[in-house]
Design a protein around this ligand. Sequence first.
Ligand SMILES: Nc1ncnc2c1ncn2[C@@H]1O[C@H](COP(=O)(O)OP(=O)(O)OP(=O)(O)O)[C@@H](O)[C@H]1O
Ligand code: SF4
Ligand SMILES: [Mg+2]
Length: 423
Amino acid sequence: MSDEKAVTIPAQSEGEDRTGGEVLLKVTGLQKHFPIKKGLLQRQVGAVHAVDGLDFEVRSGETLGVVGESGCGKSTMGRLITRLLEPTGGKVEFQGKDITHLGVAGMRPLRRDVQMIFQDPYSSLNPRHTIGTIIGAPFKLQGVEPEGGIKKEVQRLLSVVGLNPEHYNRYPHEFSGGQRQRIGIARALALNPKLVVADEPVSALDVSIQAQVVNLLDDLQEELGLTYVIIAHDLSVVRHVSDRIAVMYLGKIVELADRDLLYKSPMHPYTKALMSAVPIPDPRRKNAKSERILLKGDVPSPISPPSGCRFHTRCWKATEICKTTEPKLIELRPGQQVACHHPENFADQAPQDTVLLTAAKEAAELVADEVLAESAETSAAVAAEVEAAAEAAEEVEAAAETEAAKGTKAPKETQVTKEADEK
Ligand SMILES: Nc1ncnc2c1ncn2[C@@H]1O[C@H](COP(=O)(O)OP(=O)(O)OP(=O)(O)O)[C@@H](O)[C@H]1O
Ligand code: SF4
Ligand SMILES: [Mg+2]
């Protein structure tokens, strides 16, 4: 199969609701502190507060996107909910069952239901094993004998993810990055999981290949009724796959909202800054001079996070209360939870406190688009690719609908794209 085939990323249609299912995963106060040890006696001298109190739910059939800057704890969160890491505190429930501290034996039956796709398709596949062995491994580990045998099932999985079943005996190095990620996806799907946690599933791939893999994940969700938690630092990828999005900052969720609400009207200043750094191609605004918010300063260390609101050292709206009192994540609008004393697009939650901290006056800068253009080049390429693919998908869909209304066959172009996708 060639990786250079036609690409369409289906944007979820407005109003489509996949969030109405039962609660599959429930996370309460989840924490992971990595101890820092020093000296001969390896005494603990501190801890990295990688994940520091997360509360969220994932409903059956939905996709929860998780975004945030590097080091904010996204991967740690993914490893905690798949129980590849032991939480320091809090609770993880899967289908109503407390799995927070289950041991290897207790987790074994659950390993079938919860799977993870890793970021790097190069290091996550054992180079000494054939892809048949790699994709068949979960059956052996779980002692499951699929109908027709493991080989037949692996070949079926290969064709499900768009690879040639004949390549069963080939080694990972014989495949491209996009194809290797498909192998990783096939392995994750082997045991017919309910929840798939994908940690940066496309960030190691070329922009053109990213769209194909995102497209494949989306198709598989439709066909197999999967539930996803998709971790990414790229907001344009998350936008097209998620029903809801959680924005993380220094081990906390600062905003958790329905996708459309988050993009149309972000309420947390950090979300606003993250979004304003993403160029959204809009032909209507081609000649308009726009400005973006550029956050100054580095992300503080998770070893000793700032007091109160952790964002107060970089927030241009920070007041005294932000420094002293941690804002709770509360639902300020239906479908939009925010942790902020002075949210955007909403009534002030601490109206008595109006004096800006000195740091706030220097925290952010409004920068003209052209200045940022260079640094945002990669981001822009991804955004443009995703937007173009989404538009193409919409056009094809609209054409198919028109044709269907006429009672005739779908246009040739639609068929070609679909066939290519199925190959
Ligand atoms: N095993 C570990 N021991 C100590 N610290 C760790 C460990 N794993 C992660 N950390 C720290 O925890 C914090 C969160 O890391 P994590 O990998 O979860 O971030 P991330 O959001 O996935 O970042 P990225 O976008 O770069 O992948 C970081 O400061 C990281 O250095
Ligand atoms: S306004 Fe205050 S509470 Fe809100 S993000 Fe800024 S520092 Fe945090
Ligand atoms: Mg990570």
